[in-house]
Ligand binder design. Structure first.
Ligand SMILES: [Cu+2]
Length: 320
């Protein structure tokens, strides 16, 4: 239904239909209510217009009526809330094993990094039918990564990661927009998402020149910056062994327990003293300002790759 309806952008992801269904429901509901209200106004105006000899009479109230007009709207609003919440959680929860693409926004372009090492600017190539998780950050102001055909949009913030995910369903070329006013060239901060058949995508991946995967780049940065002098693969280092840290709960010196997600790794590098691992001294140097966003992404990808479980999941194709 509505597939060729010109008011809608193409519908090219698994989540797009759900968003449209809710949107259509809201439009129909609002149209019905507007129509009902204007009809009533007209009918009552005609029926009760001023006539000689007729007085207004006081109505003393009706419980039945009041309960009806409280309960019915409540039910409708709760339906909208529950329906919206379900879609929200679907859109916010990337499936396990999704391919991870890092996005760095800057005034005024999008830089994209694939796990295999390919880099793109204002263009994102993805295969059809595979879950893709975007791990996004900005090197200056707030931007917003918006792909109308996938019905996804997420603000991209400096100093931390935000994520979103999609699974493209139709090969084609789709618009990519920045949806947060970010300066004088904001309107030019556009690009395209190229969805390809898996075989063509593999060919595209093989065709580009890369200097190694993101994680292996991260490994050389890890050596260059001297991270490896403290973080060793045994328990003798001055810092914790990072193997298997990602995705696990970490006990902190102040008693808190936090999950080591991408934002935790990022913060551990840019401002180590914010969360000090229990049993260790806060001796790690601050790398804020010393590493670029791209280097940070590579370091985070490297630490994640030290994790047997998630590294394995990354190599797998679509799980159908
Ligand atoms: Cu922008």
């Amino acid at each position: 239904m509505f597939d060729n309806f010109p008011l809608w952008p193409a519908r090219a992801s698994t989540g797009a239909g759900n968003v449209d269904a809710l949107y259509i429901f809201l439009v129909l509901l609002a149209s019905f209510m507007s129509l009902a209200i204007f009809t009533m106004i007209t009918v009552f105006a005609l029926k009760y217009h001023r006539r000689h000899g007729r007085e207004a009479e006081q109505i003393e109230g009706s419980h039945a009526l009041e309960i009806t007009w409280s309960v019915v709207p409540l039910a409708i609003f709760m339906t909208i809330f529950a329906w919206g919440a379900v879609i929200y959680f679907q859109e916010r929860t990337p499936p396990r094993g999704a391919t991870e693409v890092y996005v760095v926004a800057k005034q005024w372009m999008w830089k994209l990094e694939h796990p295999e090492g390919q880099r793109e600017i204002n263009e994102l190539h993805v295969p059809v039918g595979r879950d893709v998780k975007l791990i996004m950050t900005s090197q200056d102001v707030i931007h917003s990564f918006y792909i109308p055909a996938f019905r996804i949009k997420q603000d991209v913030l400096p100093g931390r990661y935000t994520t979103q995910w999609f699974r493209a369903t139709k090969p084609g070329v789709y618009h990519l927009f920045c949806a947060e006013y970010c300066g004088s060239q904001h309107s030019g901060m556009i690009g395209q998402v190229v969805v390809m058949e898996p075989a063509k995508y593999e060919a595209w991946l093989a065709g580009g020149t890369t200097s190694g995967s993101l994680a292996s780049n991260g490994e050389s940065i890890f050596q260059q910056l001297g991270c490896s002098t403290c973080h060793r693969s045994d328990t003798q280092g001055r810092g914790p062994n990072l193997a298997g840290v990602f995705g696990k709960p970490v006990q902190l010196e102040d008693g808190r327990i936090v999950v080591a997600d991408e934002n935790y790794l990022r913060e551990s590098i840019t401002s180590p003293s914010a969360k000090v691992v229990s049993g260790f001294k806060p001796i790690m140097p601050v790398f804020q300002g010393l590493v670029s966003e791209e280097q940070l992404n590579a370091l985070v990808a490297y630490v994640k790759s030290l994790n047997p479980a998630s590294a394995g999941a990354q190599q797998q194709g679509p799980k159908e």
